[in-house]
Design a protein around this ligand. Structure first.
Ligand code: VGL
Ligand code: ZN
Length: 208
């Protein structure tokens, strides 16, 4: 597959807290790093996202008395999973994985920095209304196809891919450059959603 200057590689949340030993470790999370470094070398346009929460963030279970991680609560924008505290602004856990070649990036988008609202998607926060600014960037740069890789397949990768597709971009998720959390069937639901929305799944091999 030929990669063009109208394509962008969107690398989601490859941060220490989502890798082995991190506060919200995704199984095998760090395995995406060599894969992403290899494909990123072929792209002119590379955008990274960084989950970037204040310590008192609404998505953190310890901020809700008596609530356990991985349970849900209802907020005014809908159902919110409560996570262990993770990717706190300025901490080592919030830093990109040490072997990720971040110098390839043209743009780093931070998300989830508002105390009262989580942001899985790189384009819109979890109220599906508050923009991160990335959509404006993609449009102004006249990018057409968004290739998505990173963590976690069934949360931030999924929501980013869906929002990019809804906004009219061609979207391809690079499956072997992603890893999932898999909470209550969320990986199966992600694959179903990608099929229904016309989001393609491609292999790393196809992009090398
Ligand atoms: C993520 C849960 C909470 C992700 C971020 O990057 O998929 N998941 N914050
Ligand atoms: Zn988060």
């Amino acid at each position: 597959m030929q990669i063009s200057d109208r394509d962008v590689l969107l690398v989601i949340d490859v941060q220490n807290d989502f890798c082995t030993g991190g506060a919200l470790a995704v199984p095998g999370g760090e395995k995406v790093v060599p894969a992403i470094n290899r494909i990123a070398a072929n792209f002119t346009n590379v955008v990274l996202t960084q989950d970037w929460h204040p310590g008192d963030h609404v998505s953190f279970a310890p901020n809700h008395a008596g609530k356990q991680p991985f349970r849900t609560i209802e907020l005014d924008y809908g159902t919110q999973v409560l996570w262990p505290s993770h990717c706190v602004q300025g901490t080592v856990g919030a830093e990109f994985h040490g072997e990720l070649e971040i110098s390839r990036a043209n743009l780093v988008v931070r998300k989830g920095f508002r105390r009262g609202i989580d942001s899985y998607s790189a384009l819109f926060e979890n109220d599906h209304r508050t923009p991160t600014g990335l959509l404006g960037y993609l449009r102004e740069r006249e990018l057409k196809t968004v290739f998505v890789a990173g963590l976690a397949l069934d949360f931030c990768v999924r929501f980013s891919a869906e929002d990019a597709r809804k906004a009219g971009f061609e979207v391809a998720v690079i499956e072997d450059a992603c890893r999932g959390i898999d909470l209550d069937g969320s990986v199966v639901a992600t694959h179903r959603s990608f099929r229904e929305r016309g989001i393609s799944i491609v292999s790393l091999e196809a992009l090398l």
